[in-house]
Ligand binder design. Structure first.
Ligand SMILES: Nc1ncnc2c1ncn2[C@@H]1O[C@H](COP(=O)(O)OP(=O)(O)OP(=O)(O)O)[C@@H](O)[C@H]1O
Ligand SMILES: [Mg+2]
Length: 270
């Protein structure tokens, strides 16, 4: 379980980007974080994995306070936090297997890593997970030979190799075509329940947020202004979060039945 209380993040002397956020995310729960560009969504995820330093507040992962951890303790907690990126962040010239095994870097010794002598159990786990997401047959392919959707599956498996206790995804589908991005959303949704993980997904595609998550949190100027089920997320919520300008009206329409999902709300350029 992830518990965030009174989280404040201020960059320099500017106005805070996160203004006292409270958020608890249960295991098995997939949360969409929506909000206009600059609302603070990426900052929130980066505070959780401590890529940026929270100014104040508390972030607890399964009871462990993450804020203020240093050095070895920080590394130890960080490996429990899986991260999936919009741009996949793979190393192109390495194989799929090598990219996946990079998820073990927080666990193996430097010697094992540089000589690529990963324990057999890691390699076995890598195959199981790659099989699970349908990329095992690409194990020896170079990462840059894969399609976007396949690359994102590699990104997801790499995160899972960390044996994470929480999965954070920053616009994981924004670079993918509509059908592929739905497949990735379905994958994240099923992994949350299979692995009993809290999953937080920053997403601009409101229709997908409504279809594939359990709960939607809306941020505006660093403040949570919506927290509810996809069913509660109506036109009024959309207008409040985006100020009535960013998302088209038909985003609030019920999700289309499977097989006719090609038409998607446009993604924000970021
Ligand atoms: N390293 C930084 N230094 C200073 N200001 C920053 C830094 N990172 C982000 N900001 C500012 O914080 C605010 C929130 O940024 P953030 O990236 O969290 O927004 P976002 O909701 O993820 O937006 P987007 O939807 O465009 O990805 C923005 O005004 C941004 O300019
Ligand atoms: Mg962002």
């Amino acid at each position: 379980m992830l518990e965030i209380s009174n989280l404040i993040k201020r960059y320099g002397h500017d106005e805070p980007v996160l203004k006292g956020l409270d958020l608890a995310v249960e295991d098995n729960s997939v949360i969409a974080i929506v909000g206009a560009s600059g609302a603070g969504k990426s900052t929130l995820l980066r505070c959780i994995n401590r890529l940026v330093e929270p100014t104040s507040g508390s972030i607890k992962l399964n009871g462990t306070e993450i804020v203020n951890l240093r050095h070895r303790d920080l590394r130890r907690v960080r490996r429990k936090i899986g991260m999936v990126f919009q741009g996949f962040n793979l190393i192109d010239r390495l194989t799929v297997m090598e990219n996946v095994l990079a998820g073990r870097l927080g666990y193996v010794s430097l010697f094992q890593a540089v000589t690529r002598r990963y324990p057999a159990a890691d390699i076995e786990r890598a195959f199981v997970l790659m099989e699970r997401v349908g990329i095992a047959h690409y194990a020896n392919k170079r990462a840059d030979e894969l399609s976007g959707g396949e690359r994102q599956r590699v990104g997801v498996v790499r995160a899972l190799m960390q044996e994470p206790e929480v999965l954070l995804a920053d616009e994981p589908t924004a670079s993918l075509d509509p059908r592929t991005s739905e497949q990735i959303m379905v994958l994240l949704q099923s992994l949350a329940s299979e692995l009993s993980l809290p999953v937080l997904i920053n997403i601009h595609n409101v229709a997908q947020a409504r279809s594939y998550t359990d709960r939607i949190v809306g941020l505006r100027h660093g403040t949570m202004i919506f927290d509810g089920t996809p069913g509660d997320f109506d036109k009024e919520a959309l207008d409040t979060i985006y100020g009535g300008i960013e998302a088209p009206e038909d985003d609030t329409a019920p999700p289309p039945s499977s097989g006719e999902r090609e038409k998607e709300a446009p993604h924000d350029a970021t």
